[in-house]
Ligand binder design. Structure first.
Ligand code: PMP
Length: 331
C-alpha cells in the first residue's frame, strides 16, 4: 500500500489561524455579501431538449444540475449536512480534524466547507484519483492520505478507520457510507426540490449508486409524496468501469445506508454508453459534466423511450472540468 502523505494535525490548519467553527455569523441569504455555503442546493432542473428530441410530446426528460453547486458536485449537499449535524451534536469541534474516505467529490465538498468554516480536513483517497481532484483538495488546504489504487475507495475507508481507531479523540469521522445525514440531505433538498420544480409531475427518478445517498434520500421523499413514482437504481455493469463515484455493488463494500428494496428496478450501464452520453451532453446541450452524469442520462433516456407518457428526472452529478486530464473528452 502506498505510504501516507502528511496527516492533518488535529491542532489545526497549517499556516492559518483556526477559527471557532461555531462563531456566530449572519445568515440572511438575501443580503448582498451572503456566504458561499448558503448556495449549496436549490440547483436548476434542466429539460434536456436535444438529448430527448425523439421523445413524444407526452414524455419529458429532466436533469438536476448538481454540477452547479459551489463545490461542483452533488456531494456539497451531504457534506454540509454531515458537518452541520456533527457540529450540532458536539462531535465536530474546532480542535478535531474532519477525516473521511472519498473518491473525490465529497472530499472537495468537505475541503471547501472546511476552508469556509476554518475546520481542519484530512482525506483518504486512492492514489489514482484524478490529478485535478488532488490539486483542488490541496488548494482548499486539505491534507491527503493516498491509498492503494487497487483497493479503490474501500481501501481508503479501511485506512481512515485505522487512523481513527488509533486516536479517536482527535478526529470527527462522518463516514458518509453509514451516516443518515447523507441521504437526509437529499430527502430535505434534492427530493423536495424535484417535487417543487416539476409541480409534482415527476413519474420516474433515475440515479446511479455510489454511497447511495442521492438515490435513497431522493426516492424516499418522492415516494412519500406519491407512491406511484418509479425509482430506478443504476450501477456500472462491471467492477472495472470509468464512472467515477459509482459502485458495482456485487463486488464493493455495500454502504450501510443502502436499502436495495426501495428501488422499483435495478439496471446497469456500460462505460462506453456513459462516455458517449457524457460527450453528447457537452456537444448537444452545452453541459460539461462527469461520466456518472452521462450514465444517469443514458439510463434515464432508455426509460423515457419506453414510456407513452411521463416525466423522467435524473442527476448531473459533477462538473466535467474534473476529468480534463482523462481521455473522456479526447477524440
Ligand atoms: N457521481 C459522482 C461523480 C460522485 O462523486 C458520486 C458520489 N460518490 C455519485 C455519482 C453517487 O452519489 P451517491 O454517493 O449519493 O450515491
Amino acid at each position: 500500500m502506498p505510504s501516507s502523505t502528511s496527516i492533518a494535525s488535529p491542532s489545526g490548519r497549517a499556516g492559518s489561524a483556526v477559527r471557532s467553527p461555531d462563531r456566530p455569523r449572519r445568515t440572511d441569504s438575501t443580503e448582498a455579501g451572503g456566504r458561499l455555503i448558503e448556495h449549496v442546493g436549490n440547483t436548476p432542473l434542466l429539460r434536456l431538449d436535444a438529448i430527448g428530441c425523439d421523445l413524444p410530446d407526452t414524455v419529458s426528460l429532466y436533469a438536476k444540475a448538481e454540477h452547479l453547486n459551489p463545490g461542483g458536485s452533488v456531494k456539497d449537499r451531504p457534506a454540509l449536512r454531515m458537518i452541520d449535524d456533527g457540529m450540532a451534536a458536539g462531535a465536530l469541534t474546532g480542535d478535531r480534524t474532519l477525516i473521511d474516505a472519498t473518491s473525490g467529490n465529497t472530499g472537495i465538498a468537505y475541503a471547501m466547507i472546511g476552508a469556509a468554516r476554518g475546520l481542519s480536513v484530512a482525506l483518504a483517497l486512492p492514489e489514482n484519483a484524478s490529478e485535478e481532484r488532488m490539486q483542488i483538495l490541496r488548494a482548499y488546504g486539505a491534507d491527503l492520505i493516498l491509498t492503494d489504487p487497487l483497493e479503490g475507495t474501500d481501501g481508503a475507508q479501511a485506512r481512515v478507520q485505522e487512523i481513527v481507531n488509533e486516536r479517536p479523540d482527535a478526529y470527527f469521522y462522518p463516514n458518509q457510507y453509514d451516516n443518515d445525514a447523507n441521504w437526509k440531505a437529499h430527502y430535505d433538498g434534492t427530493g423536495r426540490e424535484i417535487l417543487e420544480q416539476t409541480d409534482g409531475r415527476v413519474t420516474h427518478f433515475v440515479a446511479g449508486l455510489g454511497t447511495t445517498g442521492t438515490f435513497m434520500g431522493t426516492t424516499r421523499r418522492l415516494k412519500e409524496k406519491n407512491s406511484d413514482i418509479r425509482a430506478i437504481a443504476m450501477q456500472p455493469d462491471s467492477p472495472m468501469h470509468a464512472m467515477e463515484g459509482l459502485k458495482h455493488m456485487e463486488t464493493a463494500r455495500v454502504p450501510g445506508i443502502y436499502v436495495p428494496e426501495i428501488a422499483d428496478a435495478h439496471v446497469t450501464c456500460r462505460t462506453e454508453d456513459a462516455i458517449d452520453m457524457t460527450r453528447r451532453l457537452a456537444r448537444d446541450e452545452g453541459l460539461l459534466v462527469g461520466p456518472s452524469g452521462g450514465a444517469n442520462v443514458h439510463t434515464a433516456l432508455r426509460i423515457a423511450e419506453s414510456l407513452d407518457e411521463g416525466v423522467v428526472v435524473t442527476i448531473l452529478c459533477d462538473t466535467g472540468t474534473r476529468y480534463l486530464s482523462d481521455d473522456l473528452f479526447r477524440d
